[in-house]
Design a protein around this ligand. Structure first.
Ligand code: ADP
Ligand code: MG
Length: 257
């Protein structure tokens, strides 16, 4: 049975998609069977994993709204152990269309049950909101991984996110856990980043991943080539840290078993 992890934070530009694509590729690289599920209408995880959005006829929209079998839309990637459930801009209608449907909060959960046996990890890239798509991701997941950018206002909005997590735990998914808080885009040349690290650690304590993701130019370049960092530049700092993070997640999973 796969372990399902939602990468979520309603703030945009904090490194959700970068983390989703690269942790997925790195988990695949260390031998795990991985399904990356894109539920952001921007479809950046889809293209970042090398899938041409123009070639996608049916996507996660059709699964959530029209009950299409998820197995019919899964795509392989250049990495043998990594598959992707794509999203396109069509998904932007789902949030509204789902409102009037039966079991609107657990549609993703139900769909993923059909493929959970085939993977070790299912990683979900969430949109920058706390709407029905993110609720679907949290309902379907064993845990949430929260990327936090090492910038001013890093903690802003997190209480709202944690409140949503509590509501999902209470009403939809009792077993949802916090996998960890991931500090991203650290600029090691300034003090600010290190102050933010202190602040986040004070608040989340042992829930903060030891791995910290620095700003790395190669990480910013890789998506435009449709490649995860370990395929774009395996020797870069970005590849090194995401591999470290993948190993930390696997080790954490073994500890809690
Ligand atoms: P989100 O999905 O939370 O909106 P993204 O992962 O798309 O955030 O990141 C926002 C932007 O920052 C993207 O252009 C991405 O390529 C870039 N980026 C993300 N992480 C890093 C990093 N560690 N170093 C450099 N650029 C990064
Ligand atoms: Mg994103």
């Amino acid at each position: 049975m796969a372990k399902t992890v939602a990468i979520a934070n309603q703030k945009g530009g904090v490194g959700k998609t970068t983390t989703a694509v690269n942790i997925s590729a790195c988990l695949a690289h260390v031998g795990q069977r991985v399904l990356l599920v894109d539920i952001d209408p921007q479809g950046n995880a889809t293209s970042g994993a090398g899938i041409e959005k123009g070639d996608v006829e049916r996507c996660i929209y059709n699964v959530l709204v029209e009950d299409t079998d998820i197995r019919d839309i899964v795509r392989g990637t250049a990495l043998e152990q990594l598959d992707v459930v794509p999203a396109t801009i069509q998904l932007s209608g789902a949030e509204i269309e789902l409102v009037s449907t039966i079991s609107r909060e657990i549609r993703l959960k139900n769909a993923l049950e059909d493929v959970a046996e085939q993977y070790d990890y299912i990683i979900i890239d969430c949109p920058p909101s706390l709407g029905l798509l993110t609720i679907n991701a949290l309902s379907a997941s064993d845990s949430i991984l929260i990327p936090v950018q090492c910038e001013y206002y890093a903690l802003e909005g997190l209480s709202q996110l944690l409140n949503t997590v509590r509501l999902v735990q209470k009403h939809l998914n009792h077993d949802l856990e916090i996998e960890g808080v991931l500090l991203t885009m650290l600029d090691a040349r300034t003090n600010l980043g290190f102050q933010v690290i202190e602040e986040v650690k004070k608040y989340f304590q042992e829930k903060v991943f030891e791995t910290i993701i620095p700003r790395n130019i190669r990480l910013g370049e890789a998506p435009s080539h449709g490649l995860p960092i370990i395929m774009y530049d395996a020797k870069s700092k970005g590849a090194e840290v995401y591999l470290e993070l993948a190993k930390e997640v696997v080790a954490g999973g073994q500890r809690s078993r």
